[in-house]
Design a protein around this ligand. Structure first.
Ligand code: C2E
Ligand code: C2E
Ligand code: C2E
Length: 89
């Protein structure tokens, strides 16, 4: 096990996501809305997503999972801790 503890979760900041321009964040916003709808989870300020979902989103954004993670950290949608979640890919 890592000395830094267990692999952190990928937690999307939904309030920050809602502030971003659609050209950038539209695809991610639709993806997150779909997961919320499938779970019936509408009241959260954040949404924990599957590692698999980050892979799918990377394909959608035509980036590697680590490149997309950096972008989402820059946007303020993911915490910098998320880097460790993607290292295990
Ligand atoms: P499913 O994948 O067949 O999961 C059925 C139920 O198992 C989920 O119901 C949830 O209660 C539980 N479950 C499955 N994986 C996890 C997990 O990693 N963590 C936790 N805490 N519970 C888990 P739920 O939440 O009502 O979701 C219903 C269906 O919606 C899921 O069926 C899946 O098809 C979809 N879904 C929900 N959240 C996600 C997601 O984050 N990513 C993807 N790709 N699909 C999701
Ligand atoms: P945590 O995973 O650190 O989450 C802290 C808080 O962030 C949660 O408090 C909740 O308010 C919010 N949060 C995180 N992910 C989501 C999400 O996908 N949707 C929504 N609506 N809110 C989210 P909460 O609910 O009181 O849970 C406290 C702790 O209980 C969680 O800490 C976690 O350790 C555990 N827990 C709650 N639900 C699950 C779950 O589905 N799976 C697992 N393994 N642990 C859970
Ligand atoms: P979590 O609930 O703490 O689950 C952590 C990891 O345990 C998941 O990472 C997954 O590898 C495994 N796991 C937990 N429950 C199940 C399950 O029912 N089936 C399978 N095959 N694996 C399971 P993962 O997939 O990266 O998900 C990260 C977090 O995203 C989960 O943390 C949970 O907060 C959220 N999540 C993912 N899928 C669902 C879902 O279907 N419904 C809900 N409500 N939350 C989900």
């Amino acid at each position: 096990p890592s000395p830094l503890g267990p692999t952190p979760k990928l937690v999307i900041d939904l309030e920050r996501l809602a502030q971003l321009p659609k050209e950038k964040a539209g695809a991610l916003a639709r993806y997150a809305a779909t997961i919320q709808s499938q779970r019936g989870d509408y009241n959260g300020k954040v949404l924990s997503i599957r590692q698999e979902d980050l892979r799918s989103l990377a394909v959608i954004y035509d980036k590697s999972p680590s490149e997309l993670t950096e972008e989402l950290i820059n946007w303020g949608v993911l915490d910098p801790e998320a880097r460790r979640a993607v290292e295990s890919f």
